[in-house]
Design a protein around this ligand. Sequence first.
Ligand SMILES: C=C(OP(=O)(O)O)C(=O)O
Ligand SMILES: [Mg+2]
Length: 427
Amino acid sequence: MKITAIKAREVLDSRGNPTVEAEIQLADGSTARGISPSGASTGEKEAVELRDGDKSRYQGKGVEIAVSGLNKEVNGAISGREFDSQEAFDKQLIELDGTANKSRLGANAMLAASIAYARVSSVSKKIPLYRQLVQRDKYLMPVPCMNVINGGRHADNNVDFQEFMIAPHNAPSFKESIRMGEEVFHTLKSLLSGKGYSTGVGDEGGFAPNLKSNEEAVEVIMEAITKAGYKPGEDISICLDPATSEMWKDGKYSLFKSTKQNYTSDQLIDLWEEWINKYPIVLLEDGLGENDWEGWKRMTDRLGSKAELVGDDIFCTNPEIIQRGIDAGIGNSVLIKLNQIGTIWETLQAVELAQKNNYHCFISHRSGETEDTTIADLVVATNAGHIKTGSGCRSERISKFNQLLRIEEELGANSVFAGKSTFKGFL
Ligand SMILES: C=C(OP(=O)(O)O)C(=O)O
Ligand SMILES: [Mg+2]
């Protein structure tokens, strides 16, 4: 079907910062939109987004430039044309941009257009987005990894590590797993409040109290799981994203918020090993930083059989870097964020490469999100088995859970809940 036009505009993300929305219309009248999210603890090798503010090369008008690129140059190049696949459409965007890191048109502009194209194609064909992305007979519903305590760059508290998540995996369905997670979330709220801690939330909707130590975050989550009537490890396990690239300074990790203590790579690996032995931690993302490949190798050798070791900043959803990681034996899982690479097609390539090499894929939101629910469809389409998209509150996160509830209902017997099999071997 021919594209009639693409129209872009500036809209807001969950931090109240401007981001890009693109809308594509087809000749049959179908229209659909895509919106780009944005991170705070970004990897150095992420595709370049044209943002306003300190991260932008265009201080104060990055989003304006991204929007105008879509409205003029991209609209001129794609209007009146028909593309036979997502690959063809995304390759056209990549060719138009002409840079290795998407810095001319902007990864945020390109992703908004790429999502809009996937969506409008599904609207025109009258099929769900997950089916438009990948055709399967049966789909896997993911375990929601709910980020219930926020720290690091995502909260104004004294907790150094960015994300403390619960994974309710002992459930018959996604719907039940979300219910279990919400029960723990609400129990955690009353526990924190009872201890005299704040129950205000951080960027991703997890609580953001000042605690006595980083470890207290895990302890209070353990208490909440038990108090809610579940068995830690058996019913609900714990996942962590300490986002350690943010702490990397002069070859060491500096816990910049609480103790200001410095850790070598091996001391941090010791800490993770101690925690993994003591608590039911099944997944550790960015346990070491993006520039610490030697440390990552040692961490993988020591902990790779005990937990899912996810590379976020180190891989940046970039197939070339993921291949390097696979060759070097780094990690056993890849975090997948659409805007780190900037198009749907390249994201699917990254997933395919990882899965072909027996790496897990952990589908993720960004800390700056919107009402766009594409990652909910993406996690189902890719059979990735787990997703992180916030805690038990904040609508820009809940919207993804709600979309997954709809998808599970629609698929009925054509879906199965990933549950424990996601963490098989680590439980
Ligand atoms: C979701 C994350 O945060 P951000 O979007 O800030 O990179 C993350 O680090 O995994
Ligand atoms: Mg991360």
